[in-house]
Design a protein around this ligand. Structure first.
Ligand code: NAD
Ligand code: UD1
Length: 325
């Protein structure tokens, strides 16, 4: 029997690569990506995977994909994922993070009869720093950066297209995602990718390794393992109840940075060298999610922080062994 076809924009990125891996078990997967931050090495090799080099801010690149294929699901992950980059280059970011979403929705609208779900990757950044916790989908929305503003506008477009044109669509607000293949190389990379890279250096006896804590380490986050994000995205795609709705995807746990560091120290049986720096300006002190809405349609967060960090560390260690071989 021939496989149904799924489009993943941004499929060569950190989260996209994990989603591709999972969807290849059942579907033919088409990745549309301009490799600005993504890498071909994030993609498995498979006869069921097609890679289209293309830019979501170019209508012709999107139309080309929709002329070749008829899609059952569309996952829209392509974006400038760095908040700092969005502050530095708001207009360029907007052309990708906002205009790109509209171009994709316009193309998907023409396949509204066959697309079972259009799923958009939004962010907890839409909540901003309003202090009420935990964040529910109905909490105050107050984005503070171009990145958060474009995510909010995009998810509003996604839901509007769902209601106006019958394109079945949902949006997912990810909290702090972590796991293998997250890029630790920028100072604005996700904190757990930076911490994990420090853990690997310390485990290998690197005496210069040090982890900078911005603030006193009491900031709180809801860290969600990438496999749980992937299962949440697939649930939203396959569920009828998710249509025209926005959902948080998170772990439902919350931890201070100092707690996370203590867990890693237990895993590697070593102390991590820490340096306390001033808190970053605009840093949100506490952010964590209420995940009741997505749990009510069947989501279960499978990976505790301790399990996730142990898996992440084991993955990084096995990569180093492969490099040495
Ligand atoms: P990533 O940078 O690894 O992935 C983004 C992918 O999009 C990359 O492969 C990149 O090459 C591609 N891309 C960027 N601009 C493009 C363009 N103009 N045309 C085509 N492809 C383009 O980041 P990620 O962490 O995997 O993020 C995936 C999605 O999840 C993004 O939409 C991001 O905003 C969202 N998100 C991520 C987090 C997180 O904690 N990582 C949190 C909230 C939301
Ligand atoms: C994250 C997202 C951002 C989103 C926001 C919404 C990433 C990279 N950023 O920002 O897209 O808008 O959630 O909730 O996923 N820290 C250190 N040392 C470091 C790096 C960071 O102490 O080396 C601290 C930061 O100051 C912050 C915390 O760790 O207090 C988390 O930082 P980070 O991973 O950058 O994510 P958020 O700021 O939560």
């Amino acid at each position: 029997m021939s496989r149904e076809t799924v489009l993943i924009t941004g499929g060569a990125g950190f989260i996209g690569g994990h989603l591709v891996e999972q969807l290849l078990k059942k579907y033919h997967v088409v990745v549309l990506d301009n490799l600005s931050t993504g890498k071909i090495s994030n993609l498995p090799s498979s006869p069921h995977l097609d890679f289209l080099f293309g830019d979501v801010s170019k209508v012709s690149d999107i139309d080309n994909a929709f002329e070749i294929y008829t899609f059952t699901y569309v996952f829209h992950l392509a974006a400038v994922a760095s908040v700092a980059a969005s502050i530095e280059k708001p207009l360029e970011t907007h052309q990708i993070n906002m205009d790109g979403t509209i171009h994709l929705l316009n193309a998907a609208k023409k396949q509204a009869d066959t697309i079972q779900k259009f799923v958009f990757a939004s962010s907890a950044a839409v909540y901003g720093s309003e202090p009420t916790l935990p964040k529910k989908e109905t909490s105050v929305i107050a984005p503070m950066t171009p990145y958060g503003i474009d995510k909010l506008a995009s998810e509003s477009y996604v839901i509007a297209y769902s209601r106006l044109f019958g394109l079945k669509a949902s949006a997912a607000r990810f909290f702090n995602v972590y796991g293998p293949r997250q890029n630790p190389d920028s100072p604005y990379s996700g904190v757990l990718s930076i911490l994990t890279s420090c853990v690997e250096r310390v485990s290998n006896g690197d005496e210069k390794a040090i982890f900078n804590i911005y603030g006193d380490g009491t900031q709180v986050r809801d860290f969600v393992y990438v496999d749980d994000i992937v299962s949440g995205l697939i649930l939203l795609a396959e569920s009828d109840e998710s249509t025209s709705e926005v959902f948080n995807i998170a772990s439902g746990e919350n931890h201070t940075l100092l707690e996370v560091i203590a867990i890693y120290e237990e895993i590697i049986h070593q102390k991590l060298p820490l340096r306390f720096e001033s808190a970053r300006s605009g840093d949100i002190h506490k952010s964590y999610a209420n995940i009741t809405k997505i749990k009510n349609i069947g989501y279960r967060s499978q990976t505790t922080l301790r399990e996730g960090l142990a898996k992440y560390h084991a993955h990084e260690t096995s990569q180093e062994v492969m490099v040495l071989i």
